[in-house]
Design a protein around this ligand. Sequence first.
Ligand code: CP
Ligand code: NVA
Length: 308
Amino acid sequence: MPHFLDINKTAPADLRAMIDQAAAMKTDRTGRPKGAPDDDQPLAGRMVALIFEKPSTRTRVSFDVGVRQMGGQTMVLTGSEMQLGHGETIADTARVLSRYVDLIMIRTFEEDVLLEMSDHASVPVVNGLTNRTHPCQIMADILTFEEHRGPIAGKKVVWCGDGNNVFASLAHAAGQFGFDLTFSGPPTLDPERLFLDEARTKGVTVTIERDPARAVAGADLVVTDTWVSMHDSQTTRERRHNQLRPYQVNEALMAQAKPDALFMHCLPAHRNEEVTDAVMDGPQSVVFDEAENRLHAQKAILRWCLGV
Ligand code: CP
Ligand code: NVA
């Protein structure tokens, strides 16, 4: 079953094909109203369930619009409204939904929920974010980088901040797309070593550099994310802010990167915390292109899952 669970679980050739198809589909839609159907309607007759156990703006809207553009239908479900949130097992939920819909996208907390869903679903399952990874976001980011700067292979990407779920998928992508990756954050918020080690086995350079100015030297792309993710305890908020303040992406830090370095953030951003307004709204920022590209990248992911 072609589930899209993580970037490291999908073959590099398939990932490349998805990025290329996303770029082509984006070009085809130039100038069209957002609600206009794609000419080929590859999802005609398909029903897609979008399950959210956490808040979302981009993932929810981009999946919904993307399915509709391709001629399919969606139903958005929130965990608390489903029996899933009241004791029905994930396995039974997967079995039942597979009788009604052609694909399940789920945003949830523990990765085990996603894995159990995919183990028991007889239709493809797509990871719309877990505590551990966020692969759809990073597919959109690869698309965004390449439309601005060409192939990402061999480039230097630097992450400043928390070693979180978005970083984990970026590390998966480093191995699969062949770019070098530097993590810069405090030791207490390091990513799981596994993510770094696995990328290294694929021949890319993955480093940890505690000094953010040294980390971004020579960077083609600087990336950050919120200092407190949806699954993080709010009681650690103040401590995290104190630890992460030196890793704020501001104009002084961007000046250490290559002059044509891009800045990315998956959004939602906490302005003037992890990134300043000057960088978010500045000429190197492509954050709203990233948000748009969720739509195009996910359309290609859905087509790959459904083989259409
Ligand atoms: N970047 C992202 O996944 O945004 P949402 O939480 O709004 O879906
Ligand atoms: N790391 C963030 C990403 C949100 C899109 C979170 O998990 O809350």
